[in-house]
Design a protein. Structure first.
Length: 112
């Protein structure tokens, strides 16, 4: 039985602009130059967004407020446990998700 609930795919946070990593698995990509990591992340975002669009899934892009002008993740959203994002970033994503899933307010009849 199919669900009527909308499908949403949240993209991962932008990369950090430093070389921080906490495990051998993340060290492989964290050791790449920052701009290369950023470009690879952007390509992945575009690919996943296209796949979602073709599949009828809403793609929730990285919150723009979480990024520096350069595109990297703002330091206040860095996790201290790895190269990902923290709980404050999660709040931004949940707020964004709430806006996407909430129906638009109805206009009063006089304005419609």
């Amino acid at each position: 039985m199919a669900s009527a609930a909308p499908l949403v795919c949240a993209g991962p946070p932008a990369p950090r602009d430093d070389q921080h990593f906490s495990s051998p698995a993340t060290a492989k990509t964290a050791a790449l130059p920052g701009l290369l990591r950023l470009k690879l992340w952007m390509l992945k975002q575009q690919a996943v967004a296209g796949l979602c669009r073709r599949s009828g899934i809403t793609f929730l892009a990285n919150p723009i407020d979480a990024r520096l002008a350069s595109g990297f993740l703002k330091p206040r959203y860095h996790s201290n446990k790895g190269n990902g994002a923290n709980g404050a970033y999660g709040v931004l994503v949940l707020e964004q998700l709430s806006r996407v899933l909430s129906p638009p307010p109805e206009l009063p009849a006089a304005l419609a």
